[in-house]
Design a protein around this ligand. Sequence first.
Ligand SMILES: NC(=O)c1ccc[n+]([C@@H]2O[C@H](COP(=O)([O-])OP(=O)(O)OC[C@H]3O[C@@H](n4cnc5c(N)ncnc54)[C@H](OP(=O)(O)O)[C@@H]3O)[C@@H](O)[C@H]2O)c1
Length: 277
Amino acid sequence: MGRWSAEYHAGARSKRFTAPSFVPYPENMNPSKRLQDKVCLVTGATRGIGLAITRMLVAEGASVAICGRSEPSVSQAILTFRDESPSKVKGKVADVSDCDQVQELFAFVIREFGGLDVLVNNAGIGSFASVSDTTPEQWAATLATNLTGTFYCSREALHRFRKPMDGNPGGGHIVNISSLAGKNAFAGGGAYNASKFGVNGFSEALMLDARYNNVRVSTIAPGSVATEFAGGRGENGRDWKVWPEDVAEIVRMVLCMPSRSMVSYVEVRPSRPKRKA
Ligand SMILES: NC(=O)c1ccc[n+]([C@@H]2O[C@H](COP(=O)([O-])OP(=O)(O)OC[C@H]3O[C@@H](n4cnc5c(N)ncnc54)[C@H](OP(=O)(O)O)[C@@H]3O)[C@@H](O)[C@H]2O)c1
């Protein structure tokens, strides 16, 4: 018998102990319903992890806005939802490293869906070279997309999340897709490591700031995921890498936690990685 249970039974016998009055599940008892009708924005969702997260959110009953940098890639991604949920997914071309485009993206979300509950900062790029071979342009683009883009979008979300009203606490949830490279540096990772170490530090500060306003912040740090990231081929490595759908599943679990709890940082790595030669 656990301690609480033992005390309860002893107390009940002596009539001195009253059970705690908290309600264990004040919100929807069914975690699978917690994303129903939520409005979500996933950045960089034209393929890979972002597209898998979008699929998961749609399957959970959410409405989702997505973005990418080019019209063909955004239209192509939206087309994949035309049979199941055409009105549930809307897309806009937006480069997260451009502050004006980010503001237009959030205005689009509010216009199309009437509010915002969840932001997934997923858009990211990687260029890998020794520091001496990294060009200033590669450095600037990597930091601007991965780190500054996360700041621009998070800041905008904080201004756009719902305000408390009529007993509804308001607020929202920001999920930042970081990387194990945000904690473990490697040769050739100068720009990417710097951007993702930055994302981790930023996310933690954001989490500590925003929780008092009912905003939860979760950072997810995947290892190798089978996508086209940095010129990779998605199907390569599906026999040992994490799949984008696995990262989406973690995002689902994190978002579906009871609102009193916040999963602030999760690492997801291949369970059987290739042995290093
Ligand atoms: N794959 C991995 O092994 C791995 C591991 C750890 C972490 N991650 C992280 O996971 C996230 C997603 O990566 P992924 O593997 O899914 O890569 P991916 O297949 O290359 O997809 C990247 C997505 O980001 C979009 N994007 C890139 N730059 C953008 C910008 N400036 N503004 C808006 N959208 C932009 C791309 O769309 P367009 O090209 O259409 O613009 C695309 O939809 C990244 O943050 C990455 O760092 C990946």
